[in-house]
Design a binder for this molecule. Structure first.
Ligand SMILES: [Zn+2]
Length: 357
């Protein structure tokens, strides 16, 4: 049971706290909706049973711990876990952008750290010590605001090995990775100067090994490689209005996850970059009739579908929703599926999505 739960203690007689614990666990979201040509739903199963076991344990053993569930992905294979499926507005109960990639039960790669990802990382059971690399797609707050919170948390992890981190170079009003981290961590001017050791490895903090991706190129850059596990992470610039933004491809053996990031879908080079992905994650914050600035920033649903079809995605994951794309969602989904006839998963926070066979 320790694999599934973390622990908050309830003292004898605190029955109301125990009831709260049970109710809280019972409210955990269960649904994953998988849309393809036929629509299917994953019904509550073993997880629901675990929740009721929790209730029984809490009810009969008030002297022991009342437990809170961790949303555990499978302990084997490659799994994409959605940490945040929402956009920049705090109106839908979804965290902003964030994804965790599990490899045989190890939380190895984090892509994006928008608001709420700090909490979801914990709820997923992620480990700062296990992370092999972090990729930030761009420096809009909904993709990067919780990075410092995760670094602070990592301060308690007793991690010694350095941590690769990548992000865009700066342009116009947007900082690059180096300037962003410097604004937070510089020992003289940083807002969180007390965590300065992340820049140079001092103070028993792991050094952040930084890689900036030039916004002016469409070249693919390798930002991480590990021969032992046959793993590489590739990055390339994608068009997101005036905002330097990076797509990532994590390749583990013959399995691959492509994180398209926020983009307007106009890059031909991205089609090669994303080709034959086991899982293609596309962001859908806007509806089909988007125009103006919204269209300069984001791809509408039909363009998302075209990209998935052109790149021969094995599975398309839609994420990064906002109210404007969740309203009339069935219509927006239909626009995607008018172009792409493969399986489509609509992401919810903490979903676990198997990668490859
Ligand atoms: Zn965004």
């Amino acid at each position: 049971m320790a694999d599934f739960f973390d622990v908050t203690w309830a003292s004898q007689g605190e029955f109301s706290a125990i009831v709260s614990c049970i109710l809280e666990n019972s409210n955990i979201k269960e649904q994953r909706y998988v849309f393809s040509k036929s629509v299917s739903f994953r019904a509550p199963s073993t997880r629901r049973i675990r929740i009721w076991l929790t209730a029984i344990v809490c009810g009969f053993l008030p002297l022991t711990a009342c437990v809170k569930e961790i949303t555990a992905c499978p302990a084997s294979g490659v799994t994409l876990q959605v940490l945040g499926s929402g956009g920049p507005i705090a109106d839908d109960g979804r965290a902003s952008s964030g994804y965790l990639v599990w490899v045989n039960g190890t939380s190895r790669f984090l892509i994006d750290a928008g608001g709420g990802v700090f909490l979801r990382f914990a709820e997923a059971g992620g480990s700062f010590s296990e992370l092999d690399a972090i990729g930030i797609s761009h420096f809009h707050a909904d993709h990067s605001a919780d990075l410092i919170a995760l670094l602070k948390s990592g301060n308690f992890a007793n991690r010694e090995r350095s941590l690769p981190i990548s992000g865009p170079a700066g342009d116009g009003p947007f900082p690059g990775l180096h300037d962003y981290l410097n604004s937070l961590l510089n020992k003289d001017t940083g807002a969180y100067a007390y965590l300065n050791g992340y820049l140079d490895g001092s103070g028993n903090l792991p050094k952040l090994e930084q890689t900036e991706i030039d916004p002016d190129t469409n070249k693919t850059v390798t930002v991480f490689s590990d021969a032992d596990s046959d793993t590489r992470i590739y990055a390339m610039n994608v068009p997101h209005g005036i905002v330097p933004a990076i797509a990532y491809r994590i390749q583990i053996g013959d399995k691959s996850i492509v994180f398209a990031s926020d983009q307007n879908g106009s890059s031909e080079a991205f089609l090669n970059f994303a080709n034959d992905a086991s899982v293609l994650v596309m962001h859908m914050p806007v509806p089909e009739d988007v125009s103006g600035v919204g269209r300069a920033l984001h791809a509408p649903p039909s363009v998302i579908g075209k990209i998935a079809a052109k790149t021969n995605a094995e599975v398309l994951v839609l994420s990064h929703f906002m109210a404007r794309s969740l309203n009339n969602f069935a219509d927006n989904l239909a626009f995607v599926q008018s172009e792409f006839d493969g399986p489509v998963i609509v992401a919810n926070d903490l979903d676990c999505i198997a990668v490859g066979n």
